[in-house]
Design a protein around this ligand. Structure first.
Ligand SMILES: [Cu+2]
Length: 729
C-alpha cells in the first residue's frame, strides 16, 4: 500500500487526497489546541476505540478512493522545482558557552518563585518566572557539590532568520557556507520560508543547535519559552508548553525533562546538567584514574570521580511535553549535545595514552568539529504552500515524504580525503532508517546511542536505526579520488508508521522504484580536496569496555510488555491520557495507558536490576527508551548470541523488533526522582505508551512515592500519586 500518492496520480485523486488531508488537519488542530479531546472524537465516531481514524470518505487516506479501488494516499509535499543535492548541508549552530554570571537572575537550587504577571489568555494573575516545580524535591541535586560553571541559554520560539550562525568551523569545512549571511528558516533556498507558527525551534532558527560540554564542567542550561501565549496560535499542531529532556543525561530527575514538569510561555526552566561519570560516590571516588577525566584546556587531563567505562559522548535534547512530544519535536524542538572527555576529547593529535584520537581536528585542546560532524536525519512533510504539516490517520505513526539532513532537503556536504566522524541522530517521529554508502563501501561504527562501543564494527550497511538512536560512524574518504561523489542511501522502506516494511538491497534502493520517497540517496558527499594537514586520527581496536556488573547482585527482575488495546484505570484529567497504546508491567492485569501520576516501577537506589522489554505483537516495532540509566543488552529473544556486535555497548534506546524481546541490566545510582520509560515512536508515546518510574531511596531525602507535579501558569501544585502498581516497590 503506497503511503504517498504516486507522482502519476490523476489530478482528481490528488484533489481528493488534499481534501482528506485538510479534513484531518482540522482534527489535528482541534486536538492540539485542546478544543476537543480524543475521547470526544471517539464518541463522535471520528476515531474508533482502537485508535484508527474512522474509515469515512474524506478522512482516512486508506479508505477506498472515489476514483479507484485503491487507497487514496497522501498528497506529496510539493518541491517547487527543487532538485536534490543542490544546496549545502549546514553544520550545526553551536550555542554560546558563557560565564555563569551572565545569567539574570542567577540560578537557584530550588525553582525561582519570583512572580510575574500572567497574561489574560493564560488565566491572568501572577505566576513564577521559572516553571520548574517548586520546593526541595525539585531542587537541583548536588547543586553545591557540582555547581554549574558554564551557562548556555536558548529560547523556544517561532521561525525567524538566523543572523548569528556559529558553526565553529571555517567556511572551507562547511561546504562554503558564509556564516555572516542571514539564514532564513526554509528547508532549501528554493522552498518557501516557514512561518513562525509552522516551525518552532531553539532560538527560532536553523541550523539545529549543538551544545558542547565536558566532564567535570557542569552546565546550567536555561531554556526560555517564547512560544505564543495563546495555545490556538500553533499553526494547526504543536503545544506551547514544553519540557526539555537531555537524552540520556545522568542527571537528577529535576533536570530530566519529566513529561509532567512542563513550563509555559514567558517562563524559563533551569536545567542543571552536572555531567558526572556514573558511580562517582563508590567507583574511583578520589579521582585517581586518568581514564576518568576531562580535557583541561591545555593538553592535559582533569581527573574526575566515577567509572571511566560509563563515559558518554553523543546526546541530544528535545521536547517531552505530555502527549504532545511528537508534534513539538517534529515542529523543531530537537538539538544535540556532544560530551567530551579524556577518552573522547575531540582532538585527534594529543597522544597521552588515554585519548582515543578519534577523527575531529587539532586546533583546539578539545571539541574540534572540523572532522566531527553532527547529522540530524528527519522526514518531514509540507502542505501546498510549503509550510510544515503534520498529519494523522491512525496511531501507528506519522511518516513524512521528504528527507532532511540538518533540516535541509537532500543537501550535499563537501569532504576532504581523510577520515570523518559522523554523529547520526534519527530525529524522526516514526520513521526508521537503514544507512549504506551508494558505492557499498564500508563504514566503521564506533558508538551506539551515548556510548562508544567496546570495539569498533566495520559494516557496509548499518542496522536499522530507530527513532532517537544515535549511531556514530567513521568514514574514510581517503579511498576516493578528488571530485568523487558518493551518497548516503536509506534502505529502510516504510509503508506506514508501524515499522520498516522492508529493508531493501542497495541496488533496489538506488533503482528509484520504491513507493517510499524517503528511500534512496539523501545526502551527497563531494570529495573536494586533499586534507591540508595529514590525518593523524585513529580508530583504535578497543574503545570503551563495558562496566563489569558481575559482582553487583541483581535485586529484581521486571517485565514491560508494549502493546495495543490499553486501558486507563485512573482517568485523571491532567496526568492521564487516553490512547490505544500502553504498557503491561510485570504481567499485571492490564496494558495501561500513560498516567504520569502513576508509579509503575520503583527500583531501590544503589541496586542493579534486570528488565525484559517485550513486544506484545501485532507486527509493530517499538524503539523503547529508558531515561537516566544506560543498559547493557544481555539477550535478544532470550539469547545472548542474538545480540549483534554493535549492540554490545551501553544503550538507552532498544528496538524490540516485531514480536521480539530484549533483556537488559541496569543500575540505579547517584541521583533520585521520577523518570520515564516509553516508546520513542513519539506517536505511540503520545497515545499513550509511556510510564513513570522512580528511584526509591527508602524515603530519604525523597518521599515514597513522590508527589506528582501539576503545572499551571500560576504555579506548579502537587498531588499524591494516583496509582502505585502492586509490583512497583
Ligand atoms: Cu512504539
Amino acid at each position: 500500500m503506497p503511503f504517498f500518492l504516486d507522482r502519476k496520480a490523476s489530478p482528481n485523486r490528488v484533489r481528493e487526497a488534499e481534501d482528506a488531508r485538510r479534513n484531518r488537519q482540522e482534527i489535528v488542530k482541534a486536538l492540539s489546541q485542546g478544543r476537543v479531546s480524543r475521547r470526544d472524537l471517539i464518541k463522535w465516531g471520528v476515531f474508533t476505540a482502537g485508535g484508527m481514524l474512522a474509515w469515512k470518505h474524506g478522512l482516512n487516506p486508506f479508505v477506498g478512493s472515489a476514483y479507484a479501488e485503491i487507497p487514496t494516499g497522501l498528497p506529496a509535499s510539493p518541491l517547487f522545482g527543487v532538485l536534490p543535492f543542490t544546496t549545502p548541508m549546514p553544520r550545526f549552530d553551536v550555542l554560546a558557552r558563557n560565564p555563569l554570571a551572565s545569567l539574570t537572575p542567577a540560578p537557584t537550587a530550588q525553582a525561582n518563585q519570583a512572580q510575574r504577571d500572567v497574561p489574560a489568555v493564560l488565566g491572568g494573575g501572577t505566576g513564577p518566572i521559572e516553571g520548574r516545580p517548586p520546593g526541595p524535591i525539585w531542587a537541583h541535586q548536588g547543586f553545591d557539590v557540582f555547581p554549574p560553571k558554564v551557562a548556555v541559554q536558548a529560547t523556544q520560539e517561532g521561525a525567524t532568520t538566523n543572523g548569528v550562525y556559529n558553526p565553529m568551523v571555517p567556511s572551507s569545512l562547511n561546504s562554503g557556507i558564509d556564516p555572516t549571511q542571514p539564514i532564513p528558516l526554509r528547508f532549501h533556498p528554493g522552498l518557501p520560508t516557514q512561518s513562525p507558527l509552522a516551525v518552532w525551534t531553539f532560538n527560532g532558527t536553523i541550523p539545529p543547535k549543538l551544545v558542547m560540554g565536558r566532564y567535570g564542567e557542569p552546565i546550567l542550561f536555561r531554556h526560555h519559552n517564547r512560544l505564543p501565549e495563546d495555545e490556538s496560535q500553533n499553526g494547526g499542531f504543536g503545544r506551547h508548553t514544553i519540557s526539555t529532556h537531555e537524552h540520556n543525561g545522568h542527571h537528577g530527575a529535576e533536570n530530566d525533562g519529566f513529561t509532567g514538569a512542563y513550563f509555559y510561555p514567558g517562563q524559563f526552566y533551569d536545567y542543571h546538567w552536572p555531567i558526572v561519570l556514573a558511580g562517582f560516590r563508590t567507583i574511583n571516588p578520589d579521582a585517581t584514574d586518568r581514564r576518568a577525566g576531562s580535557p583541561d584546556g591545555s593538553g592535559g587531563i582533569v581527573k574526575v570521580a566515577g567509572n571511566w567505562r560509563e563515559t558518554m559522548s553523543t546526546h541530544w535534547f528535545h521536547d517531552h511535553m505530555f502527549s504532545f512530544t511528537s508534534q513539538n519535536v517534529y515542529k523543531g524542538n530537537a538539538a544535540m549535545f556532544n560530551i567530551y572527555s579524556a577518552l573522547d576529547r575531540g582532538n585527534e593529535a594529543i597522544d597521552d595514552g588515554v585519548n582515543l584520537r578519534l577523527p575531529s581536528g587539532t586546533a583546539n585542546d578539545w571539541g574540534n568539529l572540523d572532522y566531527d560532524v553532527n547529522l540530524m536525519l528527519a522526514d518531514k512533510a509540507w502542505d501546498a504552500n510549503g509550510q510544515l504539516a503534520f498529519d494523522i490517520f491512525d496511531f501507528d505513526g506519522f511518516i513524512g515524504d521528504r528527507m532532511t539532513v540538518n533540516l535541509i532537503y537532500k543537501p550535499y556536504f563537501e569532504v576532504e580525503r581523510r577520515k570523518y566522524r559522523f554523529r547520526i541522530l534519527n530525529a524522526s517521529v516514526s520513521r526508521f532508517f537503514k544507512l549504506a554508502l551508494s558505492d557499498g563501501s564500508p563504514m566503521i561504527q564506533i558508538a551506539n546511542d551515548g556510548n562508544l562501543l567496546p570495539s569498533p564494527v566495520v559494516l557496509t550497511e548499518l542496522d536499522e536505526q530507530g527513532i532517537a538512536e544515535r549511531y556514530d560512524i567513521v568514514i574514510d574518504f581517503s579511498r576516493y579520488p578528488v571530485n568523487t561523489r558518493v551518497h548516503f542511501v536509506n534502505l529502510a522502506e516504510h509503508e506506514d508508521g508501524k515499522r520498516v516494511a522492508k529493508d531493501l538491497s542497495l541496488a533496489e534502493a538506488l533503482s528509484g522504484t520504491s513507493s517510499d520517497p524517503c528511500v534512496g540517496r539523501f545526502l551527497e558527499f563531494r570529495v573536494v580536496r586533499d586534507p591540508a594537514k595529514p590525518d593523524v586520527s585513529r580508530v583504535p581496536d578497543v574503545l570503551i569496555p563495558n562496566p563489569d556488573l558481575s559482582a553487583v547482585p541483581v535485586a529484581r527482575h521486571r517485565t514491560f510488555e508494549f502493546g495495543r488495546g490499553a486501558t486507563q484505570t485512573t482517568n485523571d484529567p491532567v496526568s492521564a491520557f487516553f490512547g490505544p497504546w500502553g504498557i503491561r508491567t510485570d504481567s499485571g492485569a492490564n496494558t495501561l495507558a500513560a498516567d504520569f501520576g502513576r508509579v509503575s516501577a520503583a527500583p531501590r537506589a544503589g541496586t542493579r536490576e534486570i528488565w525484559t522489554l517485550v513486544n506484545g505483537g501485532g507486527g509493530w516495532d517499538h524503539p523503547i527508551h529508558i531515561h537516566f540509566e544506560e543498559g547493557q543488552v544481555l539477550a535478544r529473544d532470550g539469547l545472548a548470541s542474538n545480540v549483534p556486535p554493535w549492540e554490545r555497548g551501553r544503550k538507552d534506546v532498544y528496538r524490540l523488533r516485531p514480536g521480539g524481546s530484549i533483556t537488559i541490566t541496569l543500575q540505579f545510582r547517584d541521583w533520585g526522582g521520577m523518570f520515564m520509560e516509553h516508546c520513542h515512536n513519539t506517536v505511540h508515546e503520545d497515545n499513550a505508551m509511556l510510564l513513570r518510574w522512580e528511584i526509591d531511596d527508602g524515603g530519604a531525602p525523597f518521599l515514597r512515592p513522590l508527589p506528582t507535579p501539576i503545572p499551571t501558569p500560576q504555579g506548579v501544585t502537587f498531588r499524591d500519586a494516583d496509582d502505585v502498581l502492586p509490583t512497583a516497590l
